[in-house]
Design a protein around this ligand. Structure first.
Ligand SMILES: *Cc1c(COP(=O)(O)O)cnc(C)c1O
Length: 237
């Protein structure tokens, strides 16, 4: 499929699939934001994606992002994109992360939340954050277990320099995306519970879930942020 080679062509194909999933679920396309995951991808190809219309980029390592973001904020005709941190954040990288990123999807403790709040306060920012959920309760996985999500959200919601926007998960890797639907539904259920309990604000609505292999199922189950890497940029080295 030669026509699918370039970043722009792949993006167009993904856009169609996102729109299709929205239609099937009776959702407005505007409810879903594509986060193009550019980890390991060089600045030239990221620029290609920006020029093809990508407005949000996701990186999983602070150090790598710190090298690329400055190169991509300069010049060019396209508007400055947003940058989201989607990978685990160590507290010694928190300051740099708050400087670089518009949103952090991977908050998994009150301690990290408090640190981000104080740094954001120092920098006069309000930082968008999501709580990472270990939806399947996997041993070696980042994120908080489902049972701890509401208490953590309640505490994070009180931090004045954070904007608690929702939940994120990286489900187990399974070939069949349909097998992940129970995890996606669980995430949606947690969001509804937090809202019903009145412990989060009106802008607690994001569900960051769905990757190259499973984003259509995730959208059908309520995803608002899909994090797609290889389907846009090709396989990583
Ligand atoms: C790499 C990564 C993605 C993108 O994965 P693809 O399968 O390449 O789409 C999404 N989310 C997180 C947290 C990642 O680290």
């Amino acid at each position: 499929m030669a026509e699918l080679r370039g970043v722009a062509a792949r993006l167009a194909a993904i856009e169609e699939r996102i729109a299709g999933a929205c239609r099937r679920a009776g959702r407005d396309r505007m409810e879903v934001t594509l986060v193009a995951v550019s980890k390991t991808v060089g600045p030239e190809r990221i620029r290609e994606a920006i020029e093809a219309g990508v407005r949000v980029l996701g990186e999983n390592r602070v150090q790598e992002a710190a090298e690329k973001i400055p190169l991509l904020s300069l010049a060019g005709s396209a508007p400055r994109p947003e940058w989201h941190l989607i990978g685990r954040l160590q507290s010694n990288k928190a300051r740099r992360a708050v400087e670089l990123f518009d949103a952090i999807h991977s908050v998994d403790s009150l301690k990290l939340g408090v640190r981000l709040d104080s740094l954001a306060g120092e920098m006069g920012k309000r930082l968008r954050v999501l709580v990472e959920v270990n939806a399947a309760g996997e041993e070696s996985k980042a994120g908080v277990p489902p049972g701890e999500v509401l208490p953590l959200c309640e505490q994070l919601q009180r931090l004045p320099h954070l904007r608690l926007r929702g939940l994120m998960t990286v489900p187990p890797y399974l070939e069949d995306p349909d097998a992940l639907r129970p995890y996606f539904r669980r995430m949606r259920g947690l969001r509804e519970e937090a809202r019903a309990a009145g412990i989060v604000g009106a802008d607690f609505r994001d569900l960051s879930m769905g990757m190259s292999n499973d984003f259509e199922a995730a959208i059908e189950e309520g995803a608002t942020l899909v994090r797609i890497g290889t389907a846009i940029f090709g396989a990583r080295e």
